[in-house]
Each structure stands twice: as structure tokens, then as C-alpha cells.
Design a protein around this ligand. Structure first.
Ligand SMILES: [Zn+2]
Length: 311
């Protein structure tokens, strides 16, 4: 069995082949064209698909396409997306299916990553939540082996990701106040760093932190405390056995998760009635979306009317 996963990100699009045992056989990466319309994006993905599949001549069993935003899996359309506004409403799954001659199952990037991270655990936890921090912040759960269906009408961040309930908390672009995104997403962290050392990349913040520079310690303390609140919200509400945290922010800034786990532990110490979830770093890195999209495409789940949610 060969499954193909496609993960369209704001910067890069990845395409990968996965075998029936869940092994990632090969991947390719291309730049996601800025402002691309559906036809151009489909043509680029189809070219990458052929690059991945033609040399081996293997028959392909299923294709999963993960997009950043809110999608309608039933109609194969992207409903809303911060990064891909030009293809909102476009029947992109069908268009890609016609181009490559196979049905294409549509899902969101956070769902694909969540399924990949869940599948990487042995034994698999009964109640699993994945938090993903990159240019935004999102979460999804797998409860008793079932991927969580999310509210298709919600246009804001997940309410569990509100970490500052004060009425004066900073307003998030999603419309809520005090969202985790304002503390831990890459643009927020880079903006805080740039107040001290000019523009830079997120990895540089980790270097300043490792050098003990006080501004970096303060930024990561603030972000770690905010992430700890989200971890506590998620852990308590889902009664989670395992919460994994991944995405580009965690890859570039591993100290953030350590700091957040410390703060989460301190919060639970103050309230010993709460169950303590096992907090873990994600395992799949940049390939999570490809892996999860491929493996979810092989499941009949997407014949349902489930609509998957906002990241
Ligand atoms: Zn928000």
C-alpha cells in the first residue's frame, strides 16, 4: 500500500509517500506561491506528486491533502484560511483529483499533524491532544481512537487557547482577547525579540536565551507561562493522558516547551486535585502534516460529513 500526503503551508508545500506500515518513504518540498490561485497551486502539487510517484511505478492507494484553515471535507473546499485566501471556496480537492487521476481527501493541517503525532505513540493514549504552534496556534484531539470533529461555525481561536481572561487583554485578530497566539506564535515572538536586537529569526531567540541574555529569558518566561495556562486548560477539559506540543515554534525554540512544562507543574502543584497530563514534544517535525494526511486518506472517516476546524 502506498499513500500520498500533501501538506500545504504558508511558506512551503510538502508531498510525501508513506507505505502501509506507516513509514515515510520519500518527500519533496516546494515553495507555496504567494497569492496563488487554485489552478496554479493544483498544477504545482500535481508536478510534485509525479516527482514522488513516477520513478517507482507503484500504484497509489489514497491521497490526503492538508490545508491551513477551515475546510469542508464533504465538498472538498477550503472555507477560510489566513494564508490561502485566493483559494477559499475553490473545489481544490476535486481539481487535484482530476489532475492526478485519483480521489483526494481534504483535511486541515492541524488534523493531519495530530493524527501523525498520535500514531507515533506506543502505546496509543486513550485521550490525546496535540497543540501546534507556528505562525498561529491550534489544537486537535484524538479521543478513544477517534479524531475530533470541530465546530465549523467557529471563526475564532479555540476557547481553550484563551490564556489571559482579563477584559483588558490584547485583542487577537480572531476577535477574542488574550489568545495564546499573541504570546507564543512566531510573529509575536519575533516582534518582541526585534525590540531588543533588530529583526531576526526565531532560532536566534533560542541562541540569545542560551547565552543568558535577560530580554530573551523574559520573552520565553512570558511565553512559557502563557503556554502553561493553555496546557492546563487542555489537560483539564479533555482529561488528557498525553498532550503533545509541536510546530515550527517548538522546533526553533525548544527551551519554550521546557519552561512551559515547569510552569504547568507549578500550576498543578497549587491545585493538587487536577490530573497531570504527560506533556511531550512532537515527534514528526516538518513531516507531521504529510504523514498524517497520507494516513488519514486511507481511512473511511472522510466519507462522513465532518468538517474540520480552525487553526
Ligand atoms: Zn485569537
Amino acid at each position: 500500500m502506498i499513500l500520498i500526503g500533501v501538506d500545504v503551508g504558508g511558506t512551503h508545500t510538502r508531498v510525501g509517500a508513506v507505505d502501509g506500515a506507516g513509514r515515510l518513504l520519500r518527500t519533496t518540498r516546494l515553495l507555496t506561491p504567494s497569492g496563488a490561485d487554485g489552478a496554479r497551486l493544483v498544477a504545482l502539487i500535481a508536478r510534485a506528486f509525479r516527482k514522488i510517484t513516477e520513478p517507482s511505478g507503484e500504484s497509489i492507494d489514497a491521497v490526503g491533502l492538508a490545508l491551513p484553515g477551515l475546510v469542508d471535507a464533504k465538498t472538498g473546499r477550503l472555507i477560510r484560511s489566513v494564508n490561502l485566501t485566493n483559494i477559499e471556496g475553490n473545489p481544490i480537492a476535486d481539481a487535484l483529483g482530476v489532475e492526478i487521476g485519483l480521489p483526494v481527501h481534504l483535511l486541515t493541517d492541524i488534523q493531519a499533524a495530530t493524527w501523525a503525532e498520535y500514531g507515533a505513540l506506543d502505546p496509543r493514549p486513550g485521550r490525546f491532544v496535540h497543540l501546534r504552534l507556528g505562525t498561529g496556534a491550534g489544537l486537535c484531539a484524538v479521543l478513544n481512537g477517534q479524531l475530533e470533529a470541530q465546530d465549523p461555525t467557529r471563526s475564532t481561536h479555540h476557547p481553550l487557547l484563551v490564556v489571559d481572561p482579563a477584559p483588558t487583554a490584547a485583542k487577537c485578530p480572531c476577535g477574542l482577547r488574550g489568545c495564546l497566539e499573541g504570546f507564543v506564535a512566531a510573529p509575536a515572538l519575533v516582534a518582541r525579540m526585534s525590540e531588543h536586537v533588530g529583526c531576526g529569526e526565531l532560532r536566534e531567540l533560542q541562541m540569545h536565551y542560551d547565552a543568558g541574555e535577560s530580554f530573551a529569558l523574559a520573552i520565553i518566561d512570558l511565553a512559557g507561562d502563557a503556554l502553561a495556562v493553555a496546557l492546563e486548560n487542555v489537560s483539564r477539559t479533555y482529561d488528557a493522558d498525553v498532550v503533545s506540543v509541536g510546530g515550527g515554534v517548538i522546533m526553533a525554540l525548544p527551551s519554550l516547551l521546557g519552561r512551559a512544562v515547569e510552569a504547568y507543574g507549578a500550576r498543578l502543584h497549587a491545585d493538587r486535585s487536577q490530573k497531570r497530563s504527560s506533556i511531550r514534544a512532537a515527534q514528526w517535525g516538518d513531516d507531521a502534516g504529510v504523514m498524517g494526511a497520507a494516513r488519514l486518506a486511507a481511512r473511511p472517516l472522510f466519507d462522513s460529513t465532518l468538517v474540520f476546524g480552525h487553526t
